[in-house]
Ligand binder design. Sequence first.
Ligand SMILES: [Zn+2]
Length: 76
Amino acid sequence: MAKKPNVSVEKNRPDGVRVTAAKCVRCKQPVVARFRPFCSQRCSDLDLAGWLTSQYRIPTDETPDGYETEPPADED
Ligand SMILES: [Zn+2]
């Protein structure tokens, strides 16, 4: 059985940290597999904080699609 050429998009940095071809969604640096989809714990934390902050700011008058509560079942 012939070995297929390695087409993995992952690379190994000299310092041994596994990174991927993907870019950090915050700072566009190479993503570290451990913190996907971010490059570091810091970016992960910052993104989460940003999410929470904007969640608090967004008015919630409208119900997002697919997030409606089921109508109460009319049990007999
Ligand atoms: Zn980053």
